[in-house]
Design a protein around this ligand. Sequence first.
Ligand SMILES: Cc1ncc(COP(=O)(O)O)c(C=O)c1O
Length: 452
Amino acid sequence: MVFDELQTAVAKLESEIANGPIVPAVTPPEIRRHLERYDFARPLPLDDVVTDVETMLRSWQVHVTHPRYFGLFNPSVTAASVVGDTLTAMYNPQLATWRTSPAANEIERHTLGWLTRKFGLPADTSASFTSGGAEANLSAVTVALTRRFPAYGTGGARRLPASPTLYLTAESHHSFGKIAHLTGIGREAIRLVATDARLTMDVADLARRVAEDRRDGFAPFMVVGTAGTTGAGAIDPLPELGRFCAAEDLWFHVDAAWGGAAIVSPRLRGHLDGIAAADSITCDAHKWFSVPMAAGMFFCRHPESVAETFRAETSYMPGKTAGPVVDPYTTSVQWSRRFIGLKLFVALAHHGEAGYVAMIEEQARLGDVLRASLARAGWRLVNTTPLPVVCFTRDGLDTGAFLAALYRRQIAWMSEVRLAGGAPVLRACVTSVRTSESDIDWVVREMSELPC
Ligand SMILES: Cc1ncc(COP(=O)(O)O)c(C=O)c1O
């Protein structure tokens, strides 16, 4: 069976990557010179092309599926999810409408329904797969604007009687700056609320900022709580934010792009308490659900506002499919749409919920192992989170020089981050189902040997 072979190939690749380098050393001219052989003037045997492409990918990329990749939230992918994504490419169903791809649409609906229930959202929640978290956040802001300001959809932001304002923290994802730009409310619409010592949103400062803005004639419309910030894994106080938004008639969006997967874990889900009150949620399958990019998800408890935001009619489009179904082109900005959800469906079906709980809880445990190991080795931990992101430093550390040495010696991939505008610190996140305790022990030992 071809899929047995694919799984064997994934397993073989996994072990080869684990035993090879993590970080490439290559320059743009080197790659461009190599590509000059592809002038596309004559056909080449597929075997030769694939062999060459694999050599390029093997040599010239940061291997995010390496067990010692402690990076931004790009996970190692499970073999089942690769099989799912391969099937998507082979059948290439068009998910714009229900009637062109009934099976694919119902598989997505079924999968999203499972997560909708986990989040505690109502059964009629609108849920869609997106290209990623940035698109899901864009959907959230656009739908929130459409609901709050009926004139926004046709007249645009310039027709509104007061300028809309949006509340988040400096630790929130950078996509909101672009989104403010794209939606026409402008980047100045973003209000950066203060954070406390744990880098979570200070609700008293939020209340102050909203009151001030109302007094000054602005139109506050949305608060973004992050459940697992990109830099430090901080979780904003979701229950308090939910209550505040309800009292102030503000849209409550939870950006749980990475941390949202914790909802399946009995041990971790308590940290997401309050998420059920969200008007909308972003959660990425291509982060902690360990499936290949690109797979985000957007959940919204106001299906009628989603429909109003993404309504479209032209003569070349089929009319809305009749019956109890939703055409995906009416719930997102996309028209032609890949069967994004299959990789998550296949992986969930194969590993089962218990398999996912085990994967997620093991990575959270390894985060604790990493924290303890770094502390024992004399590093200073600078963030607090139940999620496996560890930020750390030591006196006199030059993060740039340290990371360069770490990469040169192929010890691990980590990154640097500034928290609350402070000095750069190191950031290591367990994102791989392949990372083990011995990887962590080895990396921390090797890091102690580095000169800077
Ligand atoms: C908290 C958070 N939100 C949104 C995003 C954007 O997600 P994507 O990269 O899938 O667009 C990220 C990405 O790391 C993130 O960490």
